[in-house]
Ligand binder design. Structure first.
Ligand SMILES: [Zn+2]
Ligand SMILES: [Zn+2]
Length: 330
């Protein structure tokens, strides 16, 4: 079968690869589409030691089951594989399983015609939910998880809080859409790309601002979601959040610097990491898509898998919308 293979730093190409073989409890999914994630970009830049080329990346995937109990059905893939029996898995915190694994990390991912995955990782889609929308389930689940973590730590009700998202990529935008749905009306997104700010306001209802020239400082910022995760955004978050406020860190651009541990200590700021999602977050994400609460309208572009290699370059050169979804239906 054909697949887009990450072949080395900043390189990928369409290659013929072996068809997946179903293990015990696996299904085979004939993929319809798969979104390009920031973490795929991170790997393509050669910054993820876990993703070693040659490797088929991609984990934001949907398709038809062609082998397995759900044969013939349209499904979304939860790409997070967990043991199911450790203390974290038993309480539903599957994303904290010590043996967690994603497709497209050490096992082949979904920028391909087919993928093998445990049947328990599949959710049958409602008929009215199109593949392109359903492919947002995985990044949206990350956003649902992130906003829930913020709400768990926050001391004020959503309607009385100001929430600022740093970074208007797909995750930042989805976090803003989810936050709005959960009742945060005083909502801001910091985005340095002027071409994106208009689109962000339309898609999320948040106020998009340029963090290089503006600060939302007329009122305290209760929650900051750092959807970039760079030294500069951690520095901004550390300075901007109100005493007793919450920073949720989901971006992973770089690992070091920026956090003001002294201010975090003296002002009792809560710093919370966010990684993936629970099974419940993933199920709720699909409901938000099925109910039309979150859509990719105005910020998602579909491209054929054949344009996958070029799409990575376009995203790298900031010549792409926040989300490109590759149509893998060859
Ligand atoms: Zn992702
Ligand atoms: Zn486990």
């Amino acid at each position: 079968m054909k697949a887009l293979v990450y072949t080395g730093t900043m390189e990928s190409e369409i290659r013929d690869v072996p068809e997946p073989v179903a293990g015990a409890d696996d299904s085979i999914v004939d993929l319809a589409c798969c979104g390009i994630c920031g973490s795929d970009m991170h790997a393509w830049h050669g910054h993820d030691a876990r993703r070693v080329p040659p490797l088929v990346l991609g984990h934001e995937a949907v398709g038809h089951v062609i082998a397995g109990p759900d044969k013939g059905k349209r499904v979304a893939i939860n790409p997070l594989m967990t043991c199911g029996s450790c203390p974290a898995c038993v309480v539903g915190a599957t994303h904290l399983c010590p043996s967690r694994e994603l497709i497209g990390m050490r096992v082949p991912g979904a920028f391909a015609e087919q993928v093998a995955i445990k049947t328990s990782n599949l959710t049958v889609l409602p008929d009215h939910l199109g593949f392109a929308q359903a492919a947002l389930a995985e990044p949206l689940a990350c956003a649902v998880h992130t906003v829930r973590l913020a709400m768990r730590s926050a001391t004020k009700a959503p309607g009385e809080s100001r929430l600022v998202v740093l970074g208007g990529g797909a995750i930042g935008l989805l976090c803003a859409q989810v936050a709005r749905h959960f009742g945060y009306a005083d909502l801001w997104i910091a985005e340095i790309n002027p071409l994106r700010r208009d689109m962000l306001e339309k898609a999320s209802g948040a106020r998009a601002y340029d963090p290089l020239s503006e600060t939302p400082d007329d009122k305290p910022v209760d929650i900051i979601i750092d959807a970039v995760g760079a030294a500069v955004t951690r520095k901004t978050a550390s300075a901007l959040v109100t005493p007793g406020g919450v920073i949720v860190h989901i971006g992973l651009q770089d690992n070091n610097d920026g956090l003001d541990a002294r201010r975090i200590t003296l002002q009792e700021i809560i710093f919370q990491g966010s990684y993936c999602y629970s099974e419940q977050d993933f199920a709720d994400s699909l409901s938000l898509l099925a109910d039309g609460v979150v859509t990719g309208e105005g910020w998602v572009e579909m491209r054929p898998l054949a344009e996958g290699a070029k799409s990575f370059v376009d995203i790298h050169e900031a010549a792409a919308p926040p989300k490109i979804i590759l149509d893998t239906d060859l």
